[in-house]
Each structure stands twice: as C-alpha cells, then as structure tokens.
Design a protein around this ligand. Sequence first.
Ligand code: UDP
Length: 369
Amino acid sequence: MKNKQLKLILVSTPIGYLGSGRGGGVELTIISLIKGLILLGHKIILVAPEGSKVPFESKNLEIILVGGIDQPSWQHQKETDPVIIPFKSVLPKLWEIVIDLVNQSDAVINFSYDWLPLWLTKIQGNKIFHLISMGAESLVMKETISEIAQLFPSQLAFHSRRQSKDYFLNQDPIIVGNGFDIENYFFNDNDNGPLGWAGRIAPEKGLEDAVKVASELGEKLLVWGVIEDKEYASRIEYTFKKDIIEWKGFLPTNQFQKQLGKCRAFINTPKWNEAYGNVVVEAMACGVPVIAYDLGGPGELIEDGFNGFLVKPNDIDAMIEATRSVSKIKRRDCRDWFEKKASNKVFAERVENWINRGLNKNLSTNLQD
Ligand code: UDP
C-alpha cells in the first residue's frame, strides 16, 4: 500500500544559499531529498536563505526565501566556543517562519547543524526531526545533540554509523545515509584519466595529503570546490611544485560530474570524522574508484577492493600504493554500488520511513498519556 502523503517543511542550512557551495554537502542533500520525496508523492515547503535555487519545479514544492546573515560554521570554531547568533542572523528568521507554519505540516526536517533548532525541539516536541550533518566539533553541540537524542530519540537521524558515535545515544542510531539524483550523473568508462580531489578547501579536508600523493606519483591533481580558507589553499600551493594542482573551481553538478567522470581515481583525505562524504559517492556515480582514509562516512561507503580502497588515516605511502593498484577496481561496480545504495530514491524512502516511524511512535506515546 502507498504511504499517506506527508506535508513536510524542510529547513535549509543557514550557511550560504542553496547553490553557493558555502553550505557544503548539505546543499546537495536537500535538493536530492526534495526530488526524492516529491517522487514518493509528498508535499514540500522549503524554507531557505535568500538566493537559494532548486533546479526543478513541482506543484508539490513551495519555496520560502528568507534574508539574513550567515551563521558561522561550527567546524571552524574551537571545541569550547559558545553558541553565536550574529546580528541579523538568518537562522532565527528561518525558524520564525517554521513556527508560523508548523501546525499546517506533518513534520519539519531540519538540516542546519545548530543549537537553536535543536533546542526548539523541546517546545515543538513531536514535530521537529533533525538530520545531523556533522560529527561533534564542539562541546555545546555535542551536549545539545546528545540531550535531544535522549529526549526524542526517534527524531534524530545520522548519515553514517561512525558519525553517530560522536554523540551519546541511548538507542541504536537511525542511519539514513545520503542520496543523489541518478539522472544527474553519467557513467564514464575511461580508466586512463587524471587523479581528482573535491571538497571545500579547508584544513579538515586534508587536501595537502592528496597533493603529496600526486606529487610522489609525478602526476597532476584536479581539484574542485569552494576555497573556504584562502591562506590554507596558498600554503598548499607554495609547498608543492607549481603545476601539480589544477584548480577547477566550484562547478554546478552537471559540469562537476562531467569532469569528475574523466578521472582514473578519486582521492579523499579527510582529517576529521567526515559525516558522509558526498564527493566520494558522486565520484562512484560517474564510475570513478575512490581511495580514501578509513575514517567517518567514507570508511562505510567504500567496500575495500570493490568500489575503491581504504587506507589507514594519514598513511600517504599506503595511499600511493592503492592509487597504483586502482585499475583492479571495476568502474562499473562503482556505478552499480551507487545506484543500489545511494540514489535519491532509496535515500528518500529511508527518510520517509524514519519520519513515519517517528510520527507513529509519537502518536502511540500521546495515546498512552
Ligand atoms: N561540489 C560541487 N561542485 C564542485 C565541487 C564540489 O557542487 O565543483 C559539492 C559536491 O557536490 C558536494 C559538496 O560540494 O555535495 C561537498 O560535500 P561533502 O559532503 O563532500 O563535504 P562537506 O563540504 O559537506 O564537508
């Protein structure tokens, strides 16, 4: 039987507008999920910062745009830093809209990794669900997420099991993975191309290690992504021979995947507990095997020897060896893995399941009150 149509409010990240790249992987997560949920027959209201764009239209999608200043991102603050809400911040403005609309919806899904929406769950108890997009980078966020996990365990989901381990949970975590629109990624069979790397250019992404691998192999490294930390990017550039890195900029998905698909191997070198690692799956979607540190999400997405190789974190020699062996991986297997595990359809089904179970659980708890 088809599930009941849900009216869902999706609340975007308060860092950058959708399409800016400043919000990182969560931008694509939201876009893919909206499409997947609409395909399942649900109605969506997207509440997002001004400038946000969704690359398709639907009678089941309403978009409400809100102006305001970006939140600072947690991954660039010290572990003990307090919660900051800047003057004219977009975050409370997004949530004022949500509070106005919440009674007309079945549920709200929050994508911002921030204190305010989590705390609001205590007031709008049964309706706010959170897809947690990062590992614990700050004490106050770790404490808040852990507290909401104790109070409303069925309303929190994570991208990967390893990410969820950063928090104190008193039940098995709900893991929804992530998903990408199959139609946006084309399989490329060419296994003779260059080495590639993509992500925000910021220290937690460890670009320097990938450049070292390329440099030792005497090859170029193609690099895509928003330069979030200019000083960090220049430092890397000056450490290595000038022509090792080929900066490709931040491209929209259609162009990004086209260039990405030409790579022989994709190198992923996180220095933090990467919650998921969108770029890892996008590379596989194009048929590109991934060599990654066995850390966070990538450690769960890569089946060693099947769709890529996993090596010990920070072990550059092992990464060089794995890159040399990359032709052992069948590019078709990478694409097949993607279609089976990370299409936006399977992702939307997992999210639908999570929300329905949470709502039913709340309903039965309320009936028992
Ligand atoms: N990305 C993009 N164009 C580019 C390079 C990257 O759209 O030229 C996107 C990519 O699709 C992915 C995001 O940047 O969704 C990076 O997300 P990821 O989960 O890898 O890391 P995060 O930034 O969330 O830590």
